[in-house]
Design a binder for this molecule. Structure first.
Ligand SMILES: NC(=O)C1=CN([C@@H]2O[C@H](COP(=O)(O)OP(=O)(O)OC[C@H]3O[C@@H](n4cnc5c(N)ncnc54)[C@H](O)[C@@H]3O)[C@@H](O)[C@H]2O)C=CC1
Ligand SMILES: O=C(O)CCC(=O)C(=O)O
Length: 450
């Protein structure tokens, strides 16, 4: 352990106050520690020390004009973490909470996630502390244009290929793409998650949520079980949560909840997923409006959440699916889930479980599908978009869906085989960390000291 402790100490001192980044690194390094002891070539070549240091970090000013003609200024980021396996690849997040630590944790996780897909993808992440909520369409467009006016010089179809994340969907990607094309005179695959009319892939919008459902289905299948009739708690009501709910509904699971920054919607009889999707797609509509049509449901506003945690995790269920944001499952949430015998968790959001909650899950042998494996369907489908763009082809949605299912099954198989080899096949967290690390580390070794 001494070696890993030294590396962690150095990560902490060279990245002061970056708590999320440190959390992500600590979680991975503690779980691959024994593996590193058996395979000393990684230590001899300082692979871990290199892996935790991004290849390049760009931080830039994003000035833009609001609708009243006032100049606004935000901070933009693009952290190009690792290109060992392919071009840097990962989403952009527009949210007021975005800072260097958040982007770095997301970038670090992305490197290992992309490695697990088995596809030729490096890892990176970016974003801005811009709040898209309450902004007009024109303000969003002007912000995206200003953001790309700096970002364009750092990205390219074979260099770095951003996509969406929280607050960035097809609309924003469309504006970013338009500005990139205008500056560079190139209609290329420099971004993924593009609207289909701009050469986006079919099913990229649905892919992350569908992928989580396919992964969860593989997890249950391995235990001789299935999703039919399973009571599921979902958090979030954005891109990942909505398409996950849609697919779970097709699998005949019962979706008890979803949530957003205003509160939690719950129905003990199961939510009408079509209505939730409809409300979320309508401008101005809120989750609370669901109660107008279904009196048996309840809505708990955010300020009535328990002090350490979220209402969404306090209901009885079989499976918990966090799909909102990082560290949304606290220690008290984990205790409540375990007390309610909710012993399967599958992570749609990136790093949604706090270290304290993770410890409780481990102690109670909770079957946990880690985000870097379970939510990899989005980035895998982004790679399918890159392949379609590079070959000037358009794949049918059935073909994309089949490939997505294959990749999710293959990720599950890879990490459960790895988990079995180094611990037990139930420990998917360990399996994902070792399998992801091994693929990146071996590619790094072959490239010399770079
Ligand atoms: N969009 C994608 O393809 C992928 C997204 N993810 C992850 O999934 C999670 C959700 O992302 P998307 O659905 O794309 O974003 P989104 O912007 O479409 O939806 C985010 C949802 O989470 C809620 N939320 C966000 N921050 C919150 C906070 N601090 N407290 C409470 N609720 C909050 C929002 O109200 C919204 O319902 C994030 O962790 C993201 O990194 C992971 C893989 C791919
Ligand atoms: O599609 C992509 O390139 C990135 C998706 C993403 O940001 C993620 O997997 O967290």
């Amino acid at each position: 352990m001494e070696y890993i402790e030294q590396v962690l100490k150095s990560v902490k001192s060279s990245n002061p106050n970056e708590t999320e980044f440190y959390q992500a690194v600590e979680e991975v390094l503690s779980s691959i520690n024994q593996y590193l002891e058996i395979n000393d070539k990684y230590q001899k070549n300082s692979i871990v020390e290199r892996l935790v240091e991004p290849e390049r970090q760009v931080i830039f000013r994003v000035p833009w004009l609001d609708d009243l003609g006032n100049v606004q200024v935000n901070r933009g980021f693009r952290i190009e973490f690792s290109s060992s396996l392919g071009p840097f690849k990962g989403g952009l997040r527009f949210h007021p909470s975005v800072n260097q630590s958040v982007v770095k944790f997301l970038g670090f996780e992305q490197v290992l996630k992309n490695a697990l897909t088995g596809l030729p993808l490096g890892g990176g992440k970016g974003g801005a502390d811009f709040n898209p909520k309450d902004k007009s369409d024109h303000e969003i467009m002007r912000f995206c244009q200003s953001y790309m006016t700096e970002l364009f010089r750092h990205i390219g179809a074979n260099t770095d290929v951003p996509a969406g994340d929280i607050g960035v969907g097809a609309r924003e990607i469309g504006y970013l793409f338009g500005q990139y094309k205008r500056i560079t005179n190139q209609f290329s695959g420099v971004l993924t998650g593009k609207p289909e009319s701009l050469n986006g892939s079919s099913l990229r919008t649905e892919a992350t949520g569908y992928g989580v459902a396919y992964f969860l289905s593989a997890m249950l299948d391995a235990k001789g079980d299935s999703l039919t009739g399973k009571r599921c708690l979902v958090s979030g009501a954005g891109n990942v949560a909505l398409y996950l709910m849609k697919k779970l509904d097709e699998y005949d699971a019962v979706i008890l909840s979803c949530s957003d920054s205003k509160g939690t919607l719950y129905s003990k009889n199961g939510l009408d997923v079509k209505l939730v999707m409809h409300l979320k797609s309508e401008r101005g509509a809120e989750l609370r409006d669901y109660l107008n049509e279904h009196k048996d449901a309840e809505f708990t506003p955010v300020n009535q959440y328990p002090s350490d945690g979220h209402q969404v995790w306090r209901y009885e269920a079989d499976i918990a699916l966090p799909c909102a944001t990082q560290n949304e499952i606290t220690k008290d949430d984990a205790k409540a889930l375990v007390e309610n015998r909710c012993l399967t968790v599958c992570e749609g959001a990136n790093m949604p479980t706090t270290p304290e909650a993770m410890k409780i899950f481990k102690e109670h042998n909770v079957y946990l599908g880690p985000s870097k494996a379970a939510n990899a369907g989005g980035v895998a489908t982004s790679q399918f978009e890159m392949a379609q763009n590079a070959s000037m082809q358009k794949w049918q949605s059935e073909q994309v869906d089949e490939k997505l299912q294959q990749v999710m099954k293959s990720i599950f198989n890879t990490i459960s085989v790895t988990a079995k080899q180094y611990s037990n096949e139930h420990d998917l967290v360990l399996g994902a960390n070792i399998a992801g690390f091994e693929r990146v580390a071996d590619a790094m070794l072959k490239q010399g000291v770079v």
